[in-house]
Design a protein around this ligand. Structure first.
Ligand SMILES: [Zn+2]
Length: 278
């Protein structure tokens, strides 16, 4: 059901979102739009293209925009139907910065996954998925420059399904750990989690100068926070594991991070399905 102010009959309003780095940002931005009264089916944020699509009346946009901008991301109106690749991709130094982000995310994703097995921590494995997912999305964005919308949607679908399977794998192995508990090695666990925090902050730096608006420390926090909160939760879990000598803090954080990751994978599949239908 549409809210009275919104109108599915008008042409959709599209904006490019600046500052999105993480698939979890999708949920945050959609929540902001809903807080301004937009119904769930009238807002869609794509993790792959960083485009928000609103089906609302034009005169309602200022109110929604205010709510969106309170999240800290930048919103730039796209005129017409040009929803192809980000025009920023034409800039070689921007593409170079994105490759650095891909290498940092995929690289640390592998390192943190290994850390999860070494220390026996499920939370580290779940957190590693987020790196792999964010790296894969940026990687696909770079590969798909110039691809048709259909091919981009197909590859996004495969990516969403693959990430979803990885997420289910971590959930299943965490369930197994609930039944066969072993206390993780807390020191090793917190070292890998602090490494994750550092890499997430480093991954924002190459993109900063390509962003309009505030390129400062506040922006670094703003654009890495959704990942940093996860990393920080693993650090706290490691402390609690050491304190109580119990596996539970690790398992609970693992479920939380994996659930968010599965939700992100679902939004990628949802977008790809919608794009394939169009
Ligand atoms: Zn992320």
């Amino acid at each position: 059901m549409s809210t009275p102010e919104t109108g599915a009959q008008t042409a959709p309003i599209r904006m490019r979102v600046q500052g999105m780095d993480c698939a979890k940002d999708v949920a945050e931005i959609e929540r902001a739009a809903r807080s301004a009264g937009v119904s769930a089916e009238d807002v869609k944020v794509s993790a792959a293209t960083h485009i928000i699509t609103l089906r609302i009346a034009e005169n309602y946009l200022p109110k929604v925009r205010l709510a969106l901008e309170s999240t800290g991301y930048g919103f730039e109106r796209i005129e017409g139907d040009d929803v192809s690749a980000d025009p920023g991709y034409k800039d070689p130094s921007y593409r170079w910065a994105l490759w650095i982000v891909v290498v940092l995310n995929l690289g640390y994703g592998v390192v943190e996954m290994a850390g999860g097995f070494l220390s026996g921590s499920q939370a580290l494995k779940a957190d590693a998925l987020d790196f792999l997912g964010d790296g894969a999305i940026t990687f696909l964005g770079l590969l798909a420059i110039g691809w048709s919308l259909t091919w981009r949607a197909r590859s996004a679908m495969i990516q969403g399904l693959f990430l979803g399977l990885l997420g289910l794998g971590v959930v299943a192995s965490t369930l197994w750990r609930v039944l066969n508990q072993a206390t993780p090695e807390a020191g090793l666990m917190s070292a890998f989690a602090m490494g994750a925090l550092i890499v997430n902050i480093l991954a924002v730096l190459p993109l900063l100068k390509h962003r309009k608006g505030d390129a400062n420390m506040r922006a670094v926090w703003l654009f890495s926070r959704n990942d940093a909160i996860g990393n920080f939760a693993v650090v706290v879990a490691a402390g609690l594991v050491a304190w109580f000598g119990s596996a539970w803090p690790d398992l609970i954080v693992a479920f939380g991070i994996a659930a968010l990751f599965l939700h992100s994978s679902w939004t990628i599949i949802r977008d790809a399905r919608a794009d394939l239908r169009e």
